[in-house]
Ligand binder design. Structure first.
Ligand SMILES: N[C@@H](CCC(=O)N[C@@H](CS)C(=O)NCC(=O)O)C(=O)O
Length: 216
């Protein structure tokens, strides 16, 4: 029997979340190997020495070591039957994704962990920058349709949502007061979306399991 693709993952990593959600949405059966970042398994590092998750090992030995490559593979490999990949292919989505993985992630890290970067005094600066670079344009985009795919969700929604979730969770009370209503509705819908729930089971570290794992 052909082995299932093996995903090295970390539950709370937003890049790994987008990969798990894409694989699940595309209907790809895979095994998930939960890691701890401070003690990465040697077999993962042998496949992908850069040492970040997610990493997907395919049955033919090919290794995908970027979350967006894993998403693309998942949808394209399965014929993109739901159109989640095709409907993400717009200039505005490309731009939002580039900002998410670039400037927004930069400011998110410095907002969330100011002590690890330029100090607590810069926290508010990075919070404001994060709102300006991504959250305002994302809100504007979502005002015309509730999802980045237009009428329905697409790969860009699940690629960006885990990062906005992380941002909102730093100071939920403050975030809730932001006048970005379309964004807030979009986030609220994703937080209770069955696809997100299915992507978030707690797995034992180091035990590859068919995904989604049975609930404990
Ligand atoms: N460009 C990569 C970034 C992945 C990434 O940075 N993942 C983080 C966890 S959220 C990681 O593995 N960091 C390594 C570490 O902290 O040791 C992707 O899109 O997959």
């Amino acid at each position: 029997m052909t082995p299932a693709p093996l995903l090295y993952t970390y539950r709370r990593c937003p890049y790994a979340m987008r990969a798990r959600m894409a694989l699940l949405q595309a209907g790809v059966a895979f095994d998930a190997f939960e890691i701890v970042l401070r003690d990465k398994p040697a077999e993962m590092l042998a496949l992908s020495p850069k040492g970040t998750v997610p990493v997907l090992r395919l049955p033919d030995g090919q290794v995908l070591e970027q979350s967006l490559d894993i998403m693309r593979w998942a949808f394209v490999e399965t014929g993109d039957t739901g159109g989640w990949w095709a409907s993400a292919q717009s200039a505005s989505n490309f731009e939002l994704l580039a900002i998410c993985d670039g400037g927004f992630k930069h400011h998110l890290d410095r907002y969330k962990y100011p002590e690890r970067f330029d100090g607590v005094d810069s926290k508010v600066h990075h919070r404001e920058q994060a709102v300006d670079v991504l959250l305002k344009p994302l809100d504007a985009q979502l005002q015309s349709a509730g999802q980045l795919g237009g009428q329905g969700p697409c790969a860009a929604d699940i690629a960006i949502f885990p990062f906005v979730r992380q941002f909102a969770a730093v100071e939920p009370g403050w975030f809730g007061e932001l006048p970005l209503l379309a964004l807030s509705r979009w986030l609220g819908r994703w937080l209770i979306h069955p696809l997100f729930e299915a992507a978030m089971p707690k797995l034992n570290v180091g035990q590859p399991l068919p995904f989604p794992a049975p609930r404990s």
